[in-house]
Design a protein around this ligand. Structure first.
Ligand code: OXD
Ligand code: MN
Length: 593
């Protein structure tokens, strides 16, 4: 069907026209409008099982679940091939690869020319966020990949209801995707924020191909958010319920593969559970926030599913994730056991018979699961999924947390003294790189607010946008920084992490309520050891020193590094951030510790 069902003469004209234009360019054999129904999904799965795109897993242990093996050179986001195309180069900023929009379109349209010959072109209307929320935004992805359709059905509210909203609103983000030949030399992910358009060619990997996720909900949405007065962030959202039954919502930004899913689904330590503490999962990757009429920030999770990193997920690290993925799940690039169950390093049970490429497992030939192997699953399958995640008004945020993987320097937790300081703390975030993107792993890089790969415009303008929320009448969340990854001299982690991270969240919430102590230092307010409940957590003297203290000389050097980083953005960098950095540097220089 070339045009949207039952749409003649409607506000879908622009959509219909775009679909026809794309079809003229890409020359598909047929066009299928996706309605998101079960029967549509079943037909797609049948096709993909028949051509080997999806391998059914053991129906007794993992009903209605599949393994997809991607092209071995298409396993992660490709930041070096990801572009932001704005009319002015400076609008994209030094944080993005840039191309002029006309050149970007020409390059992409050349690749798309005739690329869907013999293939079906799927048109996927989707809504990011609860279908009836004013904070939600819609998009349409056109793709030739049935695997993308199946994943988008899990990750977004896709189909008829989204199309109806698009018809009502008349506006949507356009995303055009083709797997092409999966040739790394003919692969680009391009964004045209001024036109609310995405063009992605040559990759089937989630972050490059499920256009609702990183491309729309972060790169394009961050641009939309700036013009409309809200924030699109790479953050999990969780609800922390205390024994009195009060729930505080926390949004936390960590770079890819640094434990957002684990924190969002945290199970409190035994004693806390007995006392009645609970963690509710609202989202594990993306957060859209907007000031409400009471001055607080209200957040929604624009996604409807989890695209989580499989390795390391176990009954010990994340029982909620494991419970979620026992059925109706698509696994990508994990290993397989002899009885056809998915397997990955750190699962803790079973053993692999095949690796992620489908070869007989050989322990000398690398891991069984690719380090960036994933599961795609509906959020509704998560035992800790919060009913509030469907609230069209969003949830009020009490605390914002920034964090990275820092083996040295950064203590377990500290609190920013005010919003401007918090924005600097986010802007200065650093982390060691992971397998979620191609390139070297374990290299420390600045990843402001975990948005380095995802901010659709100049970071200097982005920080200014963040600072602008501190306006009259605002009742902003407190901002904290955490580091679960500090290591001791022996190279081992000093903090147990996982469920015990609740102890740190408890301290934060008590700070928000004015019920927990801390010492003011130049880098922020640090808890004393006795301010955090460490019952049952034996920490060595070294751990206490490093997790709860700070090294003045090393922080002076860090502040220097932060200053140089801010300078890379030239005069566009807000002066307020530079003066925050100088205020702290001066305070550190004066401290005698
Ligand atoms: C993700 C990522 O997939 O950040 O969430 O790479
Ligand atoms: Mn992410």
């Amino acid at each position: 069907m070339a045009v949207a069902p039952e749409s003649a003469g409607s506000r879908l004209d622009a959509l219909n026209q775009w679909v026809l234009e794309v079809a003229r360019l890409t020359r598909p054999e047929r066009i299928q409008w996706c309605d998101g129904s079960d029967s549509e999904f079943e037909a797609l799965v049948e096709r993909m099982e028949a051509d080997g795109t999806l391998l059914p897993l053991n129906p007794d242990t993992h009903p209605r679940s599949w393994l997809h093996r991607s092209h071995p050179e298409d396993v992660a986001r490709v930041e070096h091939l990801t572009f932001v195309c704005t009319s002015e180069r400076d609008d994209a900023g030094p944080n993005n690869h840039w191309m002029a929009p006309a050149d970007g379109h020409a390059r992409m349209d050349g690749l798309f020319d005739g690329c869907m010959r013999g293939r079906t072109m799927y048109v996927i209307p989707y809504c990011m966020g609860p279908i009836d929320s004013p904070l939600s935004r819609c998009g349409v992805e056109i793709t030739d990949s049935p695997y993308v359709v199946a994943n988008m059905r899990i990750m977004t509210r896709m189909g008829a209801a989204a199309l109806a909203r698009i018809e009502r609103e008349g506006s949507f983000v356009r995303g055009l995707h083709s797997v092409g030949e999966l040739d790394p030399d003919r692969r680009f992910i391009m964004h045209f924020p001024e036109e609310l358009t995405i063009k992605s060619f040559g990759s089937g990997y989630g972050g490059n191909a499920l256009l609702g996720k990183k491309c729309h909900a972060l790169r394009i949405a961050s641009h939309q958010a700036r013009t409309e007065g809200w924030l699109a962030e790479h953050m999990l959202i969780l609800g922390l319920e205390n024994p009195e039954g009060e729930t505080h919502y926390i949004a936390a930004a960590f770079p890819s593969a640094c434990g957002k899913t684990n924190l969002a689904m945290l199970i409190p330590p035994e004693g806390y559970r007995q006392d009645g503490w609970k963690v509710w999962t609202v989202g594990d990757d993306i957060c859209w926030m907007r000031p409400g009429s009471d001055g607080r920030l209200y957040a929604i999770n624009p996604e409807a599913g989890f695209f989580g990193v499989a390795p390391g997920t176990s009954m010990a690290s994340n029982p909620n994730a494991l419970a979620s993925i026992q059925r109706d799940t698509i696994f990508t690039n994990v290993g397989l056991t002899a009885d056809n169950q998915p397997w990955w390093e750190g699962l803790g049970v079973g053993e692999p018979a095949f690796d992620w490429r489908g070869n007989a497992y050989d322990c000398n030939a690398g891991p069984a699961a690719h380090p960036n192997s994933r599961f795609t699953v509906s959020a509704r399958q998560c035992p800790s999924y919060s009913a509030e995640a469907e609230n069209p008004a969003g949830v009020p945020i009490s605390a914002i947390v920034f964090g990275g993987r820092r083996a040295s320097l950064v203590p377990l937790v500290f609190e920013a003294r005010d919003w401007a300081h918090g924005v600097l703390v986010g802007a200065a975030m650093g982390s060691e790189t992971t397998a979620a993107a191609t390139g070297a792993v374990g290299v420390m890089r600045r990843d402001p607010m975990a948005m380095k790969p995802f901010c659709g415009y100049n970071f200097a303008d982005y920080f200014a946008h963040w600072l602008s929320f501190d306006s009259e009448g605002a009742r902003l969340p407190k901002i904290f920084h955490v580091n679960w990854f500090r290591k001791g001299d022996d190279g081992k982690f000093l903090w147990p992490g996982f469920g015990d991270n609740l102890r740190v969240l408890e301290w934060m919430i008590k700070r928000v309520e004015g019920r927990a102590g801390a010492v003011d230092t130049p880098i922020g307010a640090l808890p004393r050891v006795e301010d955090v409940n460490l019952d049952g957590v034996p920490l060595t003297a070294e751990a206490r020193d490093k997790l709860f203290g700070f090294d003045r000389q090393a922080w002076l050097a860090e502040l220097d590094g932060i200053g140089s980083y801010l300078d890379e953005y030239g005069p566009r960098m807000p002066a307020a951030l530079r003066s925050e950095q100088q205020r702290i540097a001066v305070a550190l220089a004066r401290t005698t510790a």
